[in-house]
Design a protein around this ligand. Structure first.
Ligand code: DOR
Ligand code: ZN
Length: 348
C-alpha cells in the first residue's frame, strides 16, 4: 500500500552486498538486518570464498556477528568466488549445500579483491555447464579489464566481448548482470531471455559521474563500475521503476575504511546500507513510481532465485533523518553515502 507519505510493503532483500569479515562484520550487519530479511553475500574477501566449506565458515562468522535480535530473522545467502580452477564437483557440492545460492564471476583485476578471479572464462565452461544443469545462478561483474579500454566504456565492451557469447553458449544458465550502470546493459537485459536479470544499486541511480568531481575529487563517490553519464542514470531509473521482473534491488553497499578511501590510491566502494531501502524509496518517489517499489525490492529477486517471498512487512514514511559524518568500522571508521546529510524516508 503506497500513499504520498507512507508505504507499507513486504520486507525487501538485498541481492548484492559486501559485509567484509572478522572485526568489520558487527559494524555493518545491523544496518542490513534491520531492513532486509536476506542478502546475497559477496565472496570477495581478502582470502576469497572459493569453496562450499569456506562459504559455510563465513556464514557462521556472519551469524555470530549479528545482534541476537536478528540471528533468527536474517538469512545470509552465500556465494562462491569463481576461479580458473573451480571444479564441477565443487559446484555440485555448493548446489547440494542449501546455503550457497550463486557463483560470482569477477574478471581478474576488475575490482576489489578480484586478483584471484577468472582470467579466462573459457576455462570455466565445464563449470558453467554444470551450473546451467543445476539451476545455479552466475552473478557477473560485467567489466573488461583491458587497460586500453576507457574506464567508462568497460561495461559496454564486456557485453560485446563476453556476455553476449556466454548467453548464446549457455541459454539455460541463470545470469544476474550485477550493478548495471549503462543504457546498454539495460537493453541487453530487456532483450535477453527470462534467465537473465540485473541488480541496480541506489548510488548509480542517485549520482551521475559529475559527483566524482564536484568542487574537487570525491573519493567517497568512487565505486566500480564507476558512475556514468546522466543519460545512463536515467535509463537505470526507468528500468528499475518500470515494473519489469528482470530488475531487482542490490545495494552493492561496499564499506571501506576512511583511510583506504581518502588515499592517493583510494578503494572502490560506496557504503549505502544505512539507507538500504530508504534511498530506493526516494528514487522511486521522485520518479512517481512508489507503487513499483515493492515488486523491485521484495518480489523480483526471490522469484528469480527460486526462493519464497518474505511474509512480514515494513513501513517507510516520508521524514528527514540525519546521516552521521562517519561510523565506527572495526577499529577505524567508514564514511557512508551522503555523510552529514539526510535520508528523505525513514523505516518505522
Ligand atoms: O565499488 C565496488 N566495491 N565495486 C566492486 O565491484 C567491489 C566492491 C568492493 O568489494 O569494495
Ligand atoms: Zn559488489
Amino acid at each position: 500500500m503506497a500513499s504520498k507519505n507512507k508505504i507499507t510493503m513486504t520486507r525487501p532483500d538485498d541481492w548484492h552486498l559486501h559485509v567484509r569479515d572478522e572485526k568489520f562484520l558487527a559494524s555493518v550487519l545491523p544496518d542490513t538486518a534491520k531492513r532486509f530479511a536476506r542478502a546475497i553475500m559477496m565472496p570477495n574477501l581478502t582470502d576469497p570464498v572459493t569453496t562450499t566449506e569456506r562459504a559455510s565458515e563465513y556464514r557462521d562468522r556472519i551469524i555470530n556477528a549479528l545482534p541476537n535480535e536478528y540471528k533468527l530473522t536474517f538469512d545470509p545467502l552465500m556465494t562462491l568466488y569463481l576461479t580458473d580452477r573451480t571444479t564441477t564437483s565443487e559446484i555440485k557440492k555448493a548446489c547440494d549445500s542449501g546455503f550457497v545460492h550463486a557463483v560470482k564471476w569477477y574478471p581478474a583485476g576488475a575490482t576489489t579483491n578480484s586478483a584471484k578471479g577468472v582470467s579466462d572464462i573459457v576455462a570455466c565452461y565445464d563449470v558453467l555447464e554444470t551450473m546451467a544443469e543445476e539451476g545455479m545462478p552466475l552473478l557477473v561483474h560485467g567489466e573488461v579489464t583491458d587497460p586500453s579500454v576507457d574506464v567508462f566504456d568497460r561495461e559496454k565492451v564486456f557485453i560485446d566481448q563476453f556476455l553476449e557469447g556466454i548467453l548464446k553458449n549457455f541459454p539455460t544458465l541463470k545470469v544476474v548482470f550485477e550493478h548495471i550502470t549503462t543504457e546498454h546493459a539495460v537493453n541487453l537485459v530487456i532483450g535477453a531471455s527470462d534467465n537473465v536479470a540485473a541488480t541496480i544499486t541506489a548510488h548509480h541511480m542517485l549520482l551521475n559521474r559529475n559527483a566524482l568531481f564536484k568542487g574537487g575529487i570525491r573519493p567517497h563517490h568512487y565505486c566500480l563500475p564507476v558512475l556514468k553519464r546522466e543519460n545512463h542514470r536515467q535509463a537505470l531509473i526507468k528500468a528499475a521503476t518500470s515494473g519489469n521482473k528482470k530488475f531487482f534491488l542490490g545495494t552493492d553497499s561496499a564499506p571501506h575504511t576512511r583511510s583506504s578511501k581518502e588515499n592517493a590510491c583510494g578503494c572502490a566502494g560506496i557504503y549505502t546500507s544505512h539507507g538500504g531501502i530508504e534511498f530506493y524509496a526516494e528514487i522511486f518517489d521522485k520518479a512517481d513510481a512508489l507503487d513499483k517499489l515493492e515488486a523491485f525490492a521484495s518480489f523480483h529477486g526471490p522469484d528469480f532465485y527460486g526462493l519464497k517471498r518474505n511474509r512480514d512487512k515494513i513501513t517507510l514514511s516520508r521524514a528527514t533523518v540525519a546521516i552521521k559524518d562517519s561510523f565506527p568500522f572495526g577499529d577505524e571508521e567508514c564514511v557512508p553515502l551522503r555523510a552529514g546529510g539526510s535520508l528523505e524516508w525513514s523505516i518505522d
